[in-house]
Design a protein around this ligand. Structure first.
Ligand code: ADP
Ligand code: ZN
Length: 230
């Protein structure tokens, strides 16, 4: 059994880097709690909470939701008991202010980040992934028209309902999300490089190849037990 005790991980990289896909795989393999701010916000919109109402307009345009809203949601989630044994933060932080909020919140709890995984990804690959992404409106499973197709085109393997495209995956909004990433988030690579937490992986690889690489990296860095079953 692999133990991923009290490991707090940040996934950093542009939209379409495959952070969400790797987070799901890492959760399965190591038992992390996966905190995706995009998923949390979409959930809040569905439930019609005040945070959801405030976030909706920004998300549709591919803009960032204001720091206070996202930070409140993430820190609130991290302070629940099931987050104590380690979390994967997927989509947070995305600005310098968020990174600083995260630092001080972790510090006040005597916790710290163990690693920031930076998914270096070419724009071409990111756009190809986002434009081909489909998802099941019922169970939330992600597909891709060519990289990860459903068994029957346009239909969820599990639920049998029609797949949809995320509202912000249209070409215009994708373009803006990538611009916003360059503008607001890329600077965090520098921020985490200075704290020696940054480890770079190749986001252009297939999901399986990339997962292998990350698992190897975890072992090399002593984040997980080495004598695990493979
Ligand atoms: P992606 O990373 O592929 O753009 P996400 O599902 O992570 O997709 O995020 C979707 C949207 O949610 C973003 O475009 C942004 O509007 C909002 N969002 C998610 N995380 C944050 C964050 N940390 N700060 C501000 N806005 C966020
Ligand atoms: Zn489904």
């Amino acid at each position: 059994m692999i133990l991923a005790n009290k490991i707090n991980l940040v996934l950093l990289g542009p939209p379409g880097a495959g952070k969400g896909t790797q987070a799901v795989l890492l959760k399965k393999a190591y038992g992390f709690l996966h905190i995706s701010t995009g998923d949390m916000l979409r959930e809040a919109i569905k439930e019609g909470t005040s945070a959801g109402k405030a976030a909706q307009g920004y998300m549709t345009k591919g803009e960032l939701v204001p720091d206070e809203i996202v930070t409140r949601a993430v820190i609130g989630r991290m302070n629940k008991p099931d987050a104590e044994s380690g979390v994967i933060l997927d989509g947070y932080p995305r600005t310098r202010v968020q990174a600083e909020s995260l630092d001080s919140s972790l510090k006040s709890e005597n916790r710290s980040l163990n690693m920031v995984l930076y998914f270096r990804t070419s724009e071409k690959v990111a756009i190809q992934r986002l434009s081909g992404r489909r998802l099941c409106p019922k169970c939330g499973k992600n597909y891709h028209v060519t990289n990860m197709p459903s068994k029957i085109e346009g239909v969820c393997d599990i639920c049998g309902v029609s797949l949809i495209q995320r509202e912000d995956d249209n070409p215009e909004t994708v373009k803006n999300r990538l611009v916003v990433y360059e503008d607001r988030t890329k600077d965090l690579i520098d921020y985490y490089e200075k704290s020696a937490l940054l480890r770079e992986v190749n986001g252009d690889l297939s999901a399986e190849e990339l997962f292998e690489g990350i698992a190897t990296l975890f072992k090399r860095e002593g984040l997980v037990d080495d004598n695990s079953d493979e």
